[in-house]
Design a protein around this ligand. Structure first.
Ligand SMILES: Nc1ncnc2c1ncn2[C@@H]1O[C@H](COP(=O)(O)OP(=O)(O)O)[C@@H](O)[C@H]1O
Ligand SMILES: O=C(CO)[C@@H](O)[C@@H](O)COP(=O)(O)O
Length: 563
């Protein structure tokens, strides 16, 4: 135990990070990050139709680079004592694979075909298919959506599969099965060669693929045929056995052991989603909402199974036994755009610099544009912090990437209200931040209303750590303190905790969490004066949100007729 080290690998939206930590106390020995090069160039994506695809080579190259870099920084002695690796990824981010479990984009015939690549969580091309799953589910006596909040989302597994099968005959003819990113990386590292043997984590299966123990696995084939005969037989190639992330997927295969310079005795853990492992890295406690705030938010809550027996929370992203901590019910909710909403606003302000300023012959101008870009969100935050909220101020709705929870509806859009000729960028930014905090409060309200009391808030992720202004507003809007986890890399550290448990260094992940957790370093408390004004503004957010939703979904909506 003295000389035991573990590696946690965290695949985020833009980059993969690995950390090598001391399994005894969680001390970070090395970390490394790799930005996906093809993704960075915008390849295979089309934001105007919400198509976001990632090439498997971005993932494979990043895996090799970051782990090797960590080992290089740590030195030979530590590298020789690496006992386990575990991986978390975004999700639902599935890919079509052939019988050998190879993603189709790794085959020459499909290497440039976006439909043969991983369909990133934020790809919303399958809104129609998700709707068809929702409509079909109503025709069955058993409610197959009861454990995923009652609404199937276009961000998820089956909707994405159906969309790809419909769009691309060549993929439909060559696909053997459909696999989540978090289940595929352990398969890769353990040298899997048969797609029937891919081990599916309970986290991905339960939250995104409609697996539940009460159905003895997935819904029956008739359900999928009723959605579309194209889905016929797909569950035959997906094992109904699922695993919690404290278990082994296997050992490092010869090929990857050689590539990385590690031994084949290194244990590979079962994979799970970033937010779920992040919640563990952030030392989640029962009934604390653990908010991973980055591009999007993922809000996790755990509760002992016997205390929430019979409760089904509607409109969330699922409740799954063991998806976060084995033996507890893991519940997931979240917002489709959080930091992404601020990034959108920043990009809007950057438009003249990106489009009117010719930097061809002048690298200094390029540098200047980049520097300004880095400063936009911090400077807006600094100035927005000085504005005291009042009821008449500019106002926004945060559904710029649709609404993930409560009640998934990816067709919804964002909005600004109450603008006048005096409205400036700072006021608009303030309104946007406030809207994202209101969106966060809607999730807390839903848990409270449906019998799962939220007793505290834990903040993690890029925005939680970089944005005191936003975290203070979160505490004010929620009327509840929020404590921020010390770790910069909660997801990767969570993966490292699971790696240590899968390797048998700890018997339970809770033990790993208390031994390896780094604790909290900031806490924001609500300001009573602002709490009162935000209550009124939240009421307005609710009313305006309802108005937008009714308009967008009503039969006499002019846009529906034009479409
Ligand atoms: N100073 C800041 N204040 C608020 N948001 C920020 C700041 N800097 C970056 N962001 C946002 O953080 C998000 C990235 O979060 P991060 O946790 O680093 O990545 P990921 O979600 O990919 O894991 C981006 O959407 C960006 O707009
Ligand atoms: O939805 C999930 C997990 O269920 C996340 O993977 C997804 O929000 C992406 O997270 P990031 O914004 O990359 O931290």
């Amino acid at each position: 135990m003295d000389n035991a080290y573990v590696i946690g690998v965290d695949y985020g939206t833009d980059s993969v990070r690995s950390v090598l930590v001391n399994a005894r106390n969680g001390q970070e020995i090395a970390s490394s990050i790799y930005h996906y090069p093809r993704w960075k160039k915008g390849l295979y994506c089309n934001p105007s139709i919400n198509q976001f695809r990632q090439h498997p080579l971005d993932y494979i190259e990043g895996l090799e680079y970051t782990i090797k870099d960590c080992l290089k920084q740590s030195g030979e002695q530590i590298s020789a004592n690496v006992k386990a690796i575990a991986v978390d990824t975004t999700g639902s981010t599935p890919v079509a694979v052939d019988k050998t479990g190879t993603p189709l984009a790794l085959l020459p015939a499909f290497e440039e075909n976006p439909n043969a690549m991983f369909v990133l969580w934020k790809d919303h091309t399958s809104v129609k298919e998700a709707d068809e799953i929702n409509q079909t589910a109503k025709k069955f006596d058993i409610n197959y959506l009861q454990y995923v909040g009652g609404i199937y989302s276009s961000e998820w597994f089956w909707a994405k599969l159906l969309h790809i099968l419909r769009k691309d005959k060549a993929i439909a003819n060559n696909i053997f099965t459909w696999v989540e990113h978090c289940d595929w990386i352990p398969f890769l590292l353990t040298g899997g060669k048969d797609a029937l043997h891919i081990k599916r984590g309970v986290c991905s299966a339960g939250h995104k693929s409609l697996w539940n123990e009460s159905f003895d696995g997935y819904p029956p084939n008739e359900f999928f045929i009723a959605v579309d005969p194209l889905l016929n037989g797909f569950t035959d190639n997906i094992s109904a056995d699922t695993y919690t992330a404290d278990k082994k997927a296997g050992h490092l295969c010869e090929e990857w052991a050689q590539k990385l310079g590690l031994s084949t005795s290194v244990v590979i853990g079962i994979g799970a989603f970033d937010a779920h492992m992040g919640a563990v890295g952030g030392q989640i406690e029962p009934y604390y909402l653990s908010k991973v705030m980055g591009t999007s938010t993922c809000d996790m809550l755990v509760a002992p199974n016997h205390e929430v027996d019979g409760i089904l929370v509607s409109g969330i992203c699922g409740q799954v036994n063991g998806s976060v901590i084995p033996g507890m019910l893991g519940m997931e909710a979240g917002q489709s755009a959080f930091g992404d909403a601020y990034a959108w606003f920043k990009n809007l302000l950057m438009w003249p610099l990106k489009n009117l300023l010719s930097t061809n012959d002048n690298p200094a101008l390029d540098d200047l544009a980049n520097q300004l870009e880095q400063q936009i969100i911090p400077q807006l935050s600094k100035l927005a912090q000085k504005i005291e909220p009042n009821i008449q101020q500019e106002f926004a709705i945060d559904w710029l990437n649709g609404r993930r929870t409560p009640d998934a509806n990816q067709a919804l859009k964002g909005a600004f209200f109450d603008l006048n000729l005096g409205t400036d960028a700072v006021q608009l930014f303030r309104a946007l931040v406030e809207a994202t905090c209101f969106g966060a409060k809607k999730i807390v309200d839903r848990f409270n209303e449906q019998g799962v009391p939220v007793k505290g808030l834990i903040g993690m992720g890029g925005v939680a750590r970089k944005a005191p202004f936003i975290m203070q507003m979160m505490a004010d809007v929620m009327d509840m303190p929020i404590k921020i986890h010390r770790s910069e890399q909660t997801c990767a550290i969570g993966a490292a905790m699971f790696a240590a448990t899968a390797a048998g260094i700890y018997t339970k992940v809770e033990e790993a969490m208390s031994a390896m957790g780094q604790g909290f370093d900031a806490e924001y408390h609500p300001n009573p004066q602002r709490v009162a004004i935000y209550k009124l503004r939240y009421e307005k957010y609710t009313q305006m949100g309802m108005l937008i939703e009714e308009k967008l979904t009503s039969k006499d909506n002019i846009l529906t007729h034009i479409a």
